[in-house]
Design a protein around this ligand. Structure first.
Ligand SMILES: NC(=O)c1ccc[n+]([C@@H]2O[C@H](COP(=O)([O-])OP(=O)(O)OC[C@H]3O[C@@H](n4cnc5c(N)ncnc54)[C@H](OP(=O)(O)O)[C@@H]3O)[C@@H](O)[C@H]2O)c1
Length: 332
């Protein structure tokens, strides 16, 4: 697979695999099918495997640990987010980026993953009560001890990136970037480029909206897509209308809507090789479709046809509901 170069020279396949959906992010997932998806991804040349300690409350890391047990560990670049706090009812209770908590979070993750190191370790969100220098400094100590290879960030602003990078080189910022979510283009992406930090984009398929296969479903409850404004009644119909326009653009070019959405994100990093499309998938066949996007580079004409089909101002709804949006340093 074509490679992207993240900060510190780390090279990973341009398509990554996000595993949140394997632990219930969008409804019931099946462990055996999820493990087959992880192995198909590695066989297809995907190297970046993304998880978080809170996905399925540890279930996701254990699942990845099972998938990697029979695979050469060196084939996977395992990215782990830590620090998101939840109540027993599943409600989000903020974040913990305190330096004295980092080794504790990491110890549990290493145990569940069944590995002696994490390739990229990152706070899931900026803890507004802790200077980012302190959180990154504590992760850097874990780098020094060999438990962590690289330090990443998630959903942070350009200013936070600069402060963090001054303490320890940052490999990548994991952040939403898609035809529906282009907020990073103003200051975050240019700052990444200035500092040599990679972007591991998520939400490339708009949490499924941009896959071209999504239809509103009674299983979209508050625990799954139901809390996302773009899926709310009134918004989802508008957004699906935009997807239909993309379908026309994709059909003319002989590719699927999902491939078009992935190829568009990858095209934004084509010149610098610094953007990875982290695709959320829990079915092996999604891997085949995603990797197929690499076979069809988009021309300038393709890119303008795509952008005309989906003007940003026409996307209905914010990317998160207000309480979750308030946790995003990247939106400040
Ligand atoms: N740092 C952060 O704050 C953050 C936040 C959210 C997510 N993430 C990471 O990024 C990853 C991906 O993000 P995401 O889940 O938001 O979004 P996504 O990739 O935009 O969408 C994932 C959804 O698209 C579906 N899908 C994928 N390929 C498809 C295809 N070819 N045809 C039809 N449906 C398809 C998946 O289905 P199936 O699962 O059924 O296969 C899943 O429901 C997550 O898994 C997680 O690792 C990070």
């Amino acid at each position: 697979m074509k490679q992207a170069q993240l900060g510190t020279g780390l090279r990973v396949g341009m398509i990554g695999l996000g595993c949140a959906g394997m632990s219930g992010a969008y409804g019931r997932a099946q462990d055996e099918r999820s493990i087959a998806t992880i192995r198909s991804a590695l066989d297809a040349g995907i190297t970046l495997i993304d998880t978080a300690d809170h996905y399925g409350m540890g279930h996701n890391e254990s699942l990845i640990g099972r998938a990697l047990r029979t695979v050469d560990r060196g084939r996977a670049v395992v990215s782990v987010k830590f620090g998101a706090l939840f109540g027993v009812d599943g409600s989000m209770r903020g974040v913990n980026g305190r330096p004295d908590s980092v080794a504790n979070f990491l110890a549990y993750s290493l145990q569940r993953l069944g590995t002696d190191h994490v390739d990229i370790y990152r706070p899931a969100r900026l803890d507004p009560t802790v200077p980012i220098e302190d959180t990154v400094g504590a992760i850097a100590e874990m780098v020094g001890k060999g438990y962590v290879r690289g330090i990443g960030l998630s959903e942070v602003s350009a200013a936070t990136l600069r402060r963090a990078h001054a303490v320890h080189p940052i490999t990548d910022v994991q952040i939403e970037y898609s035809l529906f979510s282009r907020g990073i283009e103003d200051s975050i992406l240019p700052t990444c480029r200035e500092l040599g930090i990679g972007v591991t984009a998520y939400g490339v398929l708009g949490q499924g909206l941009l896959s071209g296969a999504y239809r509103p479903s009674p299983t979209d409850n508050a625990q799954t897509r139901g809390h996302l404004p773009r899926f709310a009644p009134g918004n989802v119909e508008i957004n699906l209308g935009l997807v239909e326009r993309l379908r026309t653009v994709a059909a003319v070019r002989g590719i699927t809507v999902a491939q078009l959405a992935i190829a568009w994100v990858l095209a934004q990093g084509a010149e610098h090789h610094d953007i990875v499309a982290t695709i959320g998938a829990s079915h092996p066949e999604r891997i085949v479709e995603a990797v197929g996007a690499l076979e069809r580079a988009l021309s300038d004409d393709d890119l303008s046809a795509i952008e005309q089909a989906v003007p940003n101002a026409e996307v209905a709804g914010a990317r998160y509901a207000a309480p979750l949006l308030a946790l995003l340093d990247s939106e400040r």
